[in-house]
Design a protein around this ligand. Sequence first.
Ligand code: ARG
Ligand code: ASP
Length: 715
Amino acid sequence: MKFLRLLLLFVFVQVNAQQGGMWIPSLLKGMNENEMKNLGMKITAEQIYSINKSSLKDAVPQFDGGCTAEVISDKGLILTNHHCGFDAIQNHSSVDHDYLTNGFWAYKMEDELPNKGMVVTFVIRIEDVTTKVMEGVAAISAEVDKQKKIQENISNLTKTLPKEAWQENSIRTFYDGNQYLLFVTETYKDIRLVGAPPSSIGKFGSDTDNWVWPRHTGDFSMFRIYADKNNRPAEYSADNVPYKPKYFFPISIKGVKENDFTMVMGYPGRTQEYLPSYAVDQIVNTLNPAKIEVRDAALKVQDGFMRKDNAIKIQYASKYAGVANYWKKWIGETKGLKKSNAIGVKQKFEKDFLEKVNKAGKQSEYGSLLSDFEKNYNDIKDYALARDLFTEIALRNTEILTLGYKLYQLEQIYNNKGEQSFNDRRNTLINGLGDFYKDFNPAVDQKVFEQLIGIYVKRYPKPFLPSFFENVNPEVLANDVFTKSQLVTYDKIKVLLTGDSKTVLENINKDNGFKVIKAMADGYLKNVAPRYDEINLKNIATQRTYMKAILELSPKSARIFPDANSTLRVTYGKVKGYKPNDGVIYEPFTYLDGVMEKYIPGDYEFDVPKKLIDLYNTKDYGMYGSNGKMPLAFIATNHTTGGNSGSPALDANGNLIGLNFDRVWEGTMSDIYYSPEICRNIMVDLRYVLFIVDKFAGAQNLIKEMKIITAEKKK
Ligand code: ARG
Ligand code: ASP
């Protein structure tokens, strides 16, 4: 009995401890291969990343800078999320061809739609260049100069390290400046839209369901990479041909079970897993609440208008979704950090850390790191709060102030660089503003302005509040700005920006809207930014040494992964449900049935296309169904973050089974503290993707390109 308990405990620790982390593909062999195999992986590290043979990494490009995609045919067909292709789909849409509402499918290659500026980037190889980057740095004493030297080295190496003419070099830092890796990449520039489901499938559940499990979103779209005749990157040309990949993923429709091994490859953007407790405390108790309060107010105003007026709904839909995405994330993150006692966990880690420092006799090197952090984070608190409030209020959420800030920069450009630069910037500014005003509604923004200036006056640390805002009444100020400022319409701002630099600068300085942003920006740049930067630089240096110490003092077996930095990573775990709250258990799978449960006819988030309802009613799932049901999404313990959207989820054999697109609400804290108990990534089941392409859209031309692995026939 006792033995059994011990054995169970051992199994539990095995399964639960070894999860989380975003690992470097070129280092899996030494660091992770055994663990991955223990978790059930049946392929080798060499099959995932190799520079000699084609490997899985050759099928995982970064998609258009911010997302991930995967190659799924030998004709360069790629799969990513609907929300990653959203802008492209929107750009091709008009009243006559509303692809957002109705979906888009190219039934022949000639029908595929080019996307100006869209790129995908493949990693060719990864090399450690730490020694080269650090050359001559140790001899320098001041932190600022060290950083300068590092930047100089990086820029020289980027230019001189060997690569082919059509490739790029880029060097990125890992472990907070303790390691530098070179990435040699190839960037394809002719990417065409192949298919997208209607938003009622691709964005089903919209903001209400965003960051939430159980989920029923078919969040996918398809593109194709085109290359020149030599299969090399080329700008768009009608003569380009479909790209022949080094590798593409077979798709398995055999289905997954709870506890099956799964891994995700992709380009996670940013995590901060090694912050000290003081920093996490600041995020939980000061910075997140402030940012949430600002966005909460802005979103409430916009939502009120959007619900009453369809034109405003269209104008603000994309902006609203963008703002709401991180608003909702920060709320989940804050809750999760509190509930999991992340600060307490960090404090315990820090206590152990200090003991290790003492044991190793490294007091003089590492003994003061934590007290340095404590002091730095204390010192920076008000500056950091002011910075976040300024950014959220002026630069992100009050449109007229964001626009005003562009004029503020125009003035700075004149002051620093003179007339010619002023003219260039003015012209690009005017040209770019058409798009801004198309989706700008002054009535909405006036209310946002009033609310957010109210928060600014109340929450901005008093010593830094510009005198302009003493005794200001936000409602009166808003009214004054929106009746008098020239920034309110495109026609007026064009007039305002006409003339020589002297006239323009004189006139904008008389503008009531400009005066507001100028007071905010001047105050920020004079009273906040310099000191913030100064303390922040200390924190960066302390963090680098702290990271070095953690790496040095941890046992060899410790799983210490570098924070995300938008480079290619591998994360792995198991398909698994979780317990969000006392008395509640979430299963790891959802089905099409759930779409019908959530269905609200005519609703902008939960409407369902008639054809999908018909397919559900007739259970016409073809080979994609399972036991009479249509699998839709699933969750697992893969450690992902923003940028992992569109990432391939693979089974133990490296076959494609899912398409990553989100995380669960209770686990959004994983950017700061990953807990295998509640952190889960959300994937669309590839069976649902294929069902939509095949049965819903009738695009068998695409299905035929793919390599589909079906369940073995039982004899
Ligand atoms: N939360 C997901 C991610 O961070 C999906 C965002 C897109 N969906 C939305 N409703 N805004 O990208
Ligand atoms: N939805 C995110 C993305 O777009 C993924 C995540 O944050 O989990 O990358």
